[in-house]
Write a protein of this length. Structure first.
Length: 196
């Protein structure tokens, strides 16, 4: 059983965690499950960080500091917060398998587009064109599938699954009956489960 990495592209902490796992060559150890962070917050009665101005500013500074310290690229997105639904849906394992797209490769480009290149990924037309430029010739099919109920439901199921586990934020690594929230908990995960 592989550990699960829950994420939302809206989270700079998820971006930093992705970059860390990528640099450590550990991405292939995980199942990646996108979820809608706002709905997780809503379930637990939490206010999104971006709705509290001082907390939002602190979040950006903290993540930028973490990225600089770890030598990861990170820039504020085109806008923040932004609609991540298209990104999340096309990142599901199910859509990637249906179209024979490498999920990790696709996600890596989506992180780069969002948190490095400042591309307006909330616009499906911009997203489709940028993916095509980056070599995903079936980007139109990726976006088309993202509108289908079957794939919309995958996100809902991921959210429900995470909530049932008690997960309240991202990035979170879930393994066995345990979970580890936040970039700074990645090392805790590997300390507790060194044989993963």
């Amino acid at each position: 059983m592989s550990p699960i990495f829950y994420f939302d592209y809206i989270s700079p902490y998820s971006h930093v965690a992705w970059q860390h796992l990528k640099r450590e060559n550990k991405l292939n150890q995980f199942q990646f499950k996108p979820l809608i962070l706002g709905r997780v917050f809503k379930h637990w009665g939490q206010k999104p960080i971006t709705e509290i101005q001082t907390k939002k500013e602190y979040l950006y500074k903290k993540c930028k500091r973490m990225a600089d310290k770890n030598k990861f690229e990170l820039e504020l997105p085109f806008q923040h917060p932004f609609n991540t639904l298209y990104l999340l849906r096309i990142s599901t394992r199910e859509i990637c398998e249906k179209l024979e797209v490498n999920q990790i490769e696709l996600m890596d480009h989506l992180w780069d587009m969002t948190w490095v290149k400042k591309i307006n990924v909330a616009d499906p037309d911009v997203l489709e064109k940028e993916l095509k430029v980056r070599g995903f010739q079936n980007s139109d099919q990726l976006l088309e599938l993202s509108y289908e109920r079957e794939f919309k439901n995958i996100l809902k199921n991921n959210n429900q699954e995470a909530i049932e586990k008690g997960i309240f934020g991202v990035p979170t690594i879930s393994y066995k009956n345990d979970f580890f929230w936040g970039f700074d908990s990645i090392e805790d995960f590997y300390e507790d489960y060194p044989n993963v």
